[in-house]
Structures are given as C-alpha cells and as structure tokens.
Design a protein around this ligand. Sequence first.
Ligand code: ADP
Ligand code: MG
Ligand code: MG
Length: 210
Amino acid sequence: MTINNDDVIKWLQTYDQVITENKDYLTDLDSIIGDADHGANMHRGFQAVVTKLPGVQDKDIGSIFKTVGMTLLSTVGGAGGPLYSTLFIQAGNRLNGKMELTLSDWAEALEAANNGIIRLGKAAVGDKTMVDALTPAVQTLLDASKDGTSFEEALHLSADAAKKGMESTIPLVARKGRASYLGERSAGHQDPGATSSYLLLKTAADVWTK
Ligand code: ADP
Ligand code: MG
Ligand code: MG
C-alpha cells in the first residue's frame, strides 16, 4: 500500500472533524492543567487548514504538509500552534516532491516532525507533553518499516503506541508548558497535546486502512 495526495487530504479533513467532535474534551483536559484553550486552538487551526486544502490538493505531499504548517502557525498561537506547525513543516520537508508515501517515508517524516518538536520545545519523553504520544508512535513505525510489517498493520500499531503514550502522561508531573506551573498538582491528569497527537495518528490509521 502507498498513500497518495488524495489520502493525505482525506486524513486532514477527517482530523478536522475529529477535532470538532473532541473540541470540548480537549478543552476540558486543558482546563484542568492549562488554560482551557487547546480544543478551541486546534479547532480554529484545522478549520483554517480545510479551507486551504482545495488550493493544494494536486501538489506534492510535502507542499500540502507545508501549507498546513504555515496555516497553523498563523492561526493557532500559544505553545500548541508553533509545535503543531513544526510537526507539519518538518514532515513536509522530508516529503518534498513526493506524490506517494511508503511506510518508510511516513516513519521518517514523523521522526523528523517529532525531532523538530523536541528541538523547539525542549521536552523529553516523560515531561508530560505531546512528545510522550509521538515518540513511541515514531519508534513503532521505524521498527515496522525495518522488519517488513505491512503499512496498514504499522498504522494500527503506531496509533496503539500513541494511545499508550498519551495514557502514560496521566501520572506524570509536567516539566514543560503551562501544566508545569502546577508542579505536583499536574499529576493525575492526561495531557491535552498528547491527546490531540494520539487523535492525529488514530485518524491516519482509520482513514488510510479503510
Ligand atoms: P497553550 O499551552 O499555549 O495554551 P495549547 O493549550 O494549545 O497551548 O497546547 C498545550 C499543549 O502543548 C500541552 O498539552 C503539551 O502537550 C504541548 N506543549 C506545551 N509545551 C510544550 C513543549 N515545550 N514541548 C512539547 N509540547 C509542549
Ligand atoms: Mg492551552
Ligand atoms: Mg493558551
């Protein structure tokens, strides 16, 4: 299986719907350990993204990703805006000129995306951020691409790994972002950015294996 630009557009449009459905949930999570805007931020960003997609749907996948990243940068704000923008721009750089993606393309693009987030936000695994969901998902994709797992299976495994990573944030004390202002009181609550990152990978698995 390979993923083409129509599949990428469908993933982004579906993620916009998923964010709309989970807007209040993400905001509730952020109201406990942040400033109650993560759902609204992501919703505003992806509503803007879907209006840009018709203009880039015939372009290479790298260009589509970079348009998403630029749109998020100009619409989202806060910490999540630049971090999600970096995810798409770094992945887009890796996917320059590509009209289709293999599993190894996808694994390498998400690895570059996660590394970009880590460079920008300086979070490590265990700091209670989106990095806790993305890192195990990236590792799962890289492993799958090495050992010959099918793309479909790898997508499901990466969504499962992201889910576990998201859940692993619950007991953690936050060391980055607004939640870190709470210190020990941040423990016992799931990180909103890890949750939206899991939803991004879960949507890819759902849409691309249909
Ligand atoms: P803000 O905190 O500015 O209101 P959002 O609510 O949109 O922005 O996003 C918060 C999410 O951003 C957090 O749940 C966390 O996952 C992520 N985040 C915050 N700071 C960092 C960081 N330094 N590195 C990685 N992720 C971070
Ligand atoms: Mg917030
Ligand atoms: Mg905010």
